[in-house]
Design a protein around this ligand. Structure first.
Ligand SMILES: [Cu+2]
Length: 398
């Protein structure tokens, strides 16, 4: 009888909208109890007819303060081994593909990208039926020994001016494409009806382009319906490093710090954060938010370790579907921001919050030099996103 009641509750919750889900408390979905914020937010509360989500959450926040459970760890763990990709590995993994020599002696940077269907765990006990990109040259694939579908897809990284080839094989059961945000020919744009258009299941196509402009970019599937194809997980960051040889003086020195082949760049702690969300009940609203897919992946239990003498650089990309905007806020510090990463000088200086609409991206540079060691929070400053998973910590070392 108890089991039946639980099942009914689960059905009800799965059919509910995100906001009613918050209002009534989703603790009946066992796995969601594992979410840090949700473990508190979703404790069933008395709900009156006129209470709304804000009131419910506010009431619970007050309760947190008084109950002393206001910490920010995560209860339970996502099985990164079963997922085969780990958000901490994704954070610092740059997929350079392979450099091949063309017949004329010029170099070509080439990646193999595969689209596969794959269910993966986004929060303890919460699984998402994804469509994912994978590459044999990602850290996850090299570690596991075969091509791993991951979310976000591999962070493709190259240098301004290089000739690029992206061999795309569709190993899933829906038509897909890869659309790059960069400068390239119409026939290489990866949209239905133009050039090769959709790449059908079992087909392979090679996208070819020159790497320009330098910056922090992205790629995603552009098959229709677009928002569903993107939301399923077919996206990733695409970084084009500036070529210092193209610049003079101070600009040349700055370009070196942004180009992965230079020691000046290797001295920087570089990270990729793809902000995303997951609509687990297909009602057109996200129930779980994250940077790099896994709710609270960088929470108190597993913060990002920061050496205070090292510059921190975050390639920040917004691929959240259904919500118009997302953001990054870093606590107790301020940062410089390079919109789209297409400039060598910051486009925003000394800010602690930046917002991005979908596909917008940029580079964050932040320093914790001379800061008190400890945990420094970062999160989307849509508070609801933070409570539903888009929150983490930098652990600044002594
Ligand atoms: Cu697609």
């Amino acid at each position: 009888m108890e089991g039946k009641t639980k099942m009914n509750k689960t059905k009800q919750s799965l059919g509910a909208s995100r906001r009613s889900f918050l209002r009534t408390g989703g603790a009946s979905i066992a796995g969601l109890v594992g979410l840090m914020g949700l473990s508190k937010v979703l404790v069933p509360q008395p709900v009156t007819a006129n209470s709304d989500a804000h009131n419910a959450i506010a009431a619970q926040s007050n309760q947190d303060i008084h109950s002393g459970h206001g910490d920010a760890g995560m209860v339970g763990e996502v099985d990164n081994v079963a997922n085969q990709f780990d958000p901490h590995e994704v954070l610092t993994d740059f997929d350079y593909g392979e450099l091949l020599e063309a017949e004329d002696g010029s170099l070509i940077r080439r990646w193999k990208i595969v689209a596969i269907n794959k269910e993966f765990e986004i929060a303890p006990g919460i699984f998402f039926p994804g469509w994912l990109y994978g590459s044999p040259t990602s850290a996850a694939s090299k570690r596991v020994g075969h091509i791993v579908g991951q979310c976000p897809g591999p962070t493709l990284r190259c240098v301004e001016g290089e000739r690029l080839q992206i061999e795309f094989t569709n190993a899933s059961d829906h038509p897909h494409t890869i659309h790059f945000h960069s400068i390239h020919a119409a026939s290489m744009d990866g949209i239905p009806g133009v050039g090769r258009g959709n790449i059908n299941p079992g087909e392979t196509f090679v996208y070819e382009m020159d790497a320009k402009p330098f910056g922090c970019h992205l790629y995603h599937c552009h098959a229709l319906p677009l928002k569903r194809h993107i939301h399923k997980g077919l996206y990733g960051a695409f970084i084009i490093d500036p070529d210092p040889e193209k610049y003079e003086g101070e600009e040349k020195e700055i370009a070196k710090t942004r180009n992965h082949t230079y020691p000046e760049c290797q001295a920087v702690h570089e990270m990729v954060m793809v902000m995303n969300g997951f609509d687990t009940n297909f009602d057109g609203a996200n129930e779980v938010y994250a940077a790099n897919s896994i709710a609270f992946a960088y929470g108190m239990n597993r913060p990002i370790v920061i050496q205070p003498d090292q510059l921190q650089r975050i390639y920040l990309v917004n691929l959240t579907e259904f919500d118009l905007i997302n953001s990054l806020h870093i606590h107790a510090n301020f940062f410089d921001y390079y919109d789209h990463g297409t400039t060598l000088y910051p486009t925003l200086k000394t800010v602690d919050t930046v917002m991005q609409c979908q596909a917008q991206r940029g580079i964050v540079e932040v320093s914790f030099a001379d800061f008190e060691p400890g945990l420094y929070m970062f999160h989307g400053h849509q508070s609801e996103f933070a409570e539903l998973g888009w929150m983490g910590f930098f652990q600044v070392e002594a």
